[in-house]
Design a protein around this ligand. Structure first.
Ligand SMILES: *[C@@H]1O[C@H](CO)[C@@H](O)[C@H](O)[C@H]1NC(C)=O
Ligand SMILES: *[C@@H]1O[C@H](CO)[C@@H](O)[C@H](O)[C@H]1NC(C)=O
Ligand SMILES: *[C@@H]1O[C@H](CO)[C@@H](O)[C@H](O)[C@H]1NC(C)=O
Length: 550
């Protein structure tokens, strides 16, 4: 499993160096060429993410999958981040209040026009006002105009010396205001990384075993700490997804009734909590050193676009008048009325698989279209599965949660189904739409767990598209969240970001469509939330329906 940076084949070496330039928003690796100055593999974390975790071991993969896994882990390696000093004082850590960004002048001078790219230089300083000398801070950038209801994500490039570039595309006429947010100081990433390595089980799970009058509850997880206690192995025979519970003392492994999220074990070292303070150094705006906005004039046709950045940014889309416009070729239509949605979905079966952020789509659709009536399967709201029907228009809508790890409570074991197995049970075809959204329950685990899950889902998607090429497969990406200390240690945006990069890379080049929830949550003015608010969900559903009815 161990791989050394200096012994990789040339093709992958290039990827291993990519982290030198981390891009908060990217869809395609190939556009980035890296300035030679920072092509220094020593800067890449000396603790690659694929080293064996303390007690999680993984089944060997096929040669091809193993190569992909290594390559993906290399591609998301984060720059090395500093530890909190022994004094555990914040003094030398990144401080948004002492940091600034500056809008860079337009290359060639003159006024800004639609179509230009705009850059900002972000300088991160510590609490004493001294410039940081290393990278790895987690930053978000956004450009917006509240009056126009316009917003677009920016890309952030880490120069690994305490400064970062923010890159924006000017897409509308009028004022464009820049917003830069420090999500986490680099020192906090050190802690988040350590937690995944040392405590992938910081959220525990439990199962109730019952037979006759006997019942017992034991602890379960993707990997259990080795003990003398016997273990029940629930590894899925088809997909190979691992899952284990300690064996109950008096009952057999076959008597497992249900699955629940257990306790969260918080084990920060003294005062490490200081690195995760809302309003201080977690999701805090960075001020501009000068103006924070520019006036953008209409597109100039006679002048070549200003485009001399070393990255070619790629954006999925942007908001204008509160509506999402795709930049990738799809025209996003508005499905504002229930009949418009019904007409689009007539004759279709739409199957939603994933976590609660996909369940939101089910809820949104049944709330918006009264003719699609939920059939009461007597299941718990959090868990499902759910089914809704419009009998007259032959519309079927289903939702099912993904298999463990899943942080739901009282999930019957009979409902613990892996997405790949469900896809294998579909006939598919031009009337079938499959939507997959799986990300937020994986953040506490080593990335191998997520990569393997996606490999098995992807194999099933390929089989489905092979036997029924007309099937539409849509993938919803991760989105930004509201961060409290607990949310951060279990589900920080940094974890989501890393997982999301893997998701996009793994489905790139496959015949699937993306709904870019990450950009749609970043570009919008509403606060980040695990469950984005209705106006954002409405825009996501418009993108979905535009894929179905183009
Ligand atoms: C950091 O690196 C960037 C890109 O190489 C460079 O433009 C910038 O001047 C450097 N900043 C400092 C403080 O050295
Ligand atoms: C669990 O079962 C799977 C599939 O049967 C097997 O490959 C794996 O080695 C088992 N794991 C352990 C720890 O026993
Ligand atoms: C599932 O397990 C929990 C304990 O974890 C228990 O309280 C609940 O009643 C169980 N549900 C069922 C249906 O047995």
């Amino acid at each position: 499993m161990k791989a050394r940076v200096n012994s990789c084949p040339p093709k992958y070496c290039a990827l291993l160096m990519l982290p030198a330039v981390f891009i908060l928003f990217f869809t395609q690796f190939k556009y980035y060429s890296i300035p030679t100055k920072i092509q220094n593999s020593e800067r890449v974390s000396s603790e690659p993410l694929w080293v064996q975790h303390d007690f999680c071991t993984f089944q060997p993969l096929s040669q091809k999958d193993a190569v992909e896994e290594r390559h993906l882990l290399g591609s998301i390696a984060w720059p090395e981040t500093p530890h909190l000093p022994h004094s555990l004082s914040l003094e030398q850590t990144s401080d948004p209040a002492h940091s600034t960004f500056t809008i860079l002048p337009r290359t060639g001078g003159g006024q800004w026009h639609v179509g230009d790219q705009l850059g900002v230089m972000i300088k991160i300083n510590d609490y004493q006002g001294f410039p940081k000398k290393s990278g790895g801070d987690v930053l978000l950038a956004r450009m917006h105009n509240p009056i126009l209801g316009a917003g677009v994500a920016g890309q952030v490039v880490d120069h690994l010396n305490g400064s970062y570039s923010g890159i924006f595309s000017l897409l509308w006429e009028g004022s464009a205001q820049i917003e830069v947010t420090l999500v986490h100081p680099s020192e906090a990433v050190t802690v988040l990384r350590r937690l995944t390595k040392e405590q992938p089980d910081r959220i525990s799970f439990q199962s109730l075993f019952r037979s006759g009058a006997l019942s017992e509850t034991t602890t379960c997880n993707v990997c259990l700490r080795p003990t003398q206690q016997p273990v029940c192995n629930y590894t899925d025979p088809h997909t190979g997804e691992p899952w284990f519970c300690f064996k109950p003392r008096k009952l057999s492994c076959d008597t497992r009734i249900n699955h629940s999220k257990g306790a969260f074990k918080q084990s920060l070292k003294a005062r490490e909590e200081n690195l995760f303070q809302s309003g201080v150094n977690m999701k805090v705006f960075i001020q501009a050193s000068g103006p924070d906005s520019v006036a953008v004039l209409p597109k100039k046709n006679d002048e070549p676009k200003v485009k001399n950045w070393f990255v070619k940014p790629e954006w999925s889309g942007y908001y204008y008048q509160g509506l999402w416009r795709a930049l990738s070729g799809t025209t996003v239509r508005q499905f504002n009325t229930s009949p418009a949605i019904t007409q689009c979905l007539r004759g279709k079966a739409v199957h939603l698989y994933g976590d609660s952020t996909i369940r939101q789509w089910f809820e949104h659709l049944i709330a918006t279209v009264p003719d699609i009536k939920e059939f009461d399967l007597h299941n718990e709201r959090q868990i499902g599965p759910f089914m809704a029907l419009d009998f007259a228009n032959n519309i079927l809508l289903t939702y099912r949660c993904h298999g463990p790890p899943i942080r739901f409570t009282n999930t019957p074991t009979s409902e613990l189904r892996y997405v790949a197995n469900e896809l294998d049970g579909l006939i598919g075809g031009t009337n079938t739409v499959v939507v997959i959204g799986i990300w937020s329950h994986f953040s506490t685990f080593p990335l191998q767990v997520y990569i393997r899950r996606l490999q098995s889902i992807r194999r099933a998607v390929v089989r489905l598209l092979d036997r029924a090429p007309g099937t539409l497969v849509v993938i919803r990406t991760a989105n930004l969240k509201d961060l409290t200390l607990y949310e951060t240690l279990t589900n920080s945006d940094w974890y989501s970001l890393q997982h999301d990069k893997v998701l996009r890379a793994m489905f790139k080049g496959y015949n699937v469509r993306l709904v870019d929830a990450w950009e749609m949550s970043l570009a919008h003015h509403l606060p980040h939330s695990l469950h984005p608010q209705p106006p954002i969900v409405k825009n996501m559903i418009d993108v979905l329906l535009s894929y179905i009815c183009h």
